[in-house]
Design a protein around this ligand. Structure first.
Ligand SMILES: C[S@@+](CC[C@H](N)C(=O)[O-])C[C@H]1O[C@@H](n2cnc3c(N)ncnc32)[C@H](O)[C@@H]1O
Length: 303
């Protein structure tokens, strides 16, 4: 909770819900329940016949469960989307919303290890049952694997020297806390870019720990399978690695963004893209909620 007792302030709320073009009697999925703000907005537009299935892999988010018999809240990873939706006899669905990444509660709670400001265990697991935490990764991955991780998931220019430094330091004392890592590596940040550098390092670790890109790909592929023709996907992402996957998938139906054409040269894609450019928050929204600053919303309709 922040100092006002707020779990998470929703980002691009009206824009992402409008993107679903809600059919009041339809079946919808919110793959990232968090505080439940987007789910609540969907429920408000549903008739008594409508249904909503929501997911969150973090048990803490389940404390925000909305008391509404049209809602099923699944405790699990959205990479199992299809299995759960079929289990609840909810396929095909009319639309799906994803508000990717981490909630403010997760960021602000030092015990979860996402914060670069407050000391806490080097954890970064959204779900405490995930096998490897950041601590194991930092202390056991080879220098080569750490280099790849920082390069691919943090897009860091000095991934190699960062990995070498970590491997050298951990021989004296294993890394166990977030500020221990921050203090050990902050001198490697480019001038006046310390926060950005540290955020990229933590982003890389977070993506690896939670296998975020893999889960996103699996979820999008399954969403396409279970979505009705004419149904909508509305996805908010917060960094370029996620946004690229969403953008490519909407445009081409694959994650590499390879356009397939028919005999006449018409582009073959399972979607009609509603947002040629992503929708971004207004200056007013960013001013009142700094976490919205990197958000990008993309909307697509299944053909
Ligand atoms: C940005 S927050 C969503 C906030 C929510 N829309 C709201 O306004 O309160 C992302 C949430 O999705 C959850 N999450 C992220 N990746 C997930 C995954 N692969 N499976 C299930 N839940 C996931 C996180 O635990 C977090 O609570």
């Amino acid at each position: 909770m922040d100092s006002n007792g707020v779990y998470h302030r929703p980002v691009l709320l009206s824009e992402s819900i409008a993107g679903l073009h809600i059919n009041p009697d339809g079946i919808y999925v919110d793959v990232t329940f968090g505080s439940g703000s987007h789910s609540l907005a969907i429920l408000k537009q549903l008739s008594p016949k409508g249904r909503l299935i929501a997911f969150d892999q973090d048990p803490d988010a389940h404390k925000n469960k909305i008391d509404d018999e049209r809602l099923i809240l699944v405790s699990g990873n959205f990479k199992f989307l299809k299995n759960f939706v079929k289990y609840y006899q909810a396929a095909p669905i009319d639309g799906l919303l994803g508000d990717l990444g981490v909630s403010s509660f997760q960021f602000d709670n030092p015990q979860k290890g996402f914060s670069i400001r407050n000391d806490g265990p080097l954890d970064l697991r959204m779900n405490p049952e995930i096998r490897l935490s950041a601590k194991e990764i930092i202390n056991t991955y080879t220098a080569k694997d750490l280099t790849t991780l920082f390069k691919q998931f943090g897009e860091l220019k000095n991934s190699y020297s960062l990995a070498q430094k970590i491997v050298k330091l951990r021989q004296n004392e294993p890394f166990t806390s977030t500020l221990q890592l921050v203090n050990a590596i902050k001198s490697m940040a480019p001038k006046r870019k310390e926060n950005k550098f540290l955020a990229q390092v933590f982003q890389a670790l977070r993506i690896e720990v939670n296998e975020e890109l893999d889960a996103l790909k699996q979820m999008l592929e399954q969403a396409l399978e279970i979505l009705k023709p004419g149904g909508y996907l509305s996805i908010i992402s917060y960094h370029s690695l996620e946004d690229r996957l969403v953008k490519n998938f909407f445009k081409t139906g694959n994650f590499e963004g390879v356009l397939k054409k028919d005999f006449y040269g018409n582009v073959l894609s399972p979607f009609l893209v509603e947002t040629r450019k992503p929708i971004i928050p207004t200056a007013g929204e960013i001013e009142s909620n700094n976490r919205a600053r990197s958000a990008k919303l993309r909307i697509a309709k299944k053909q």
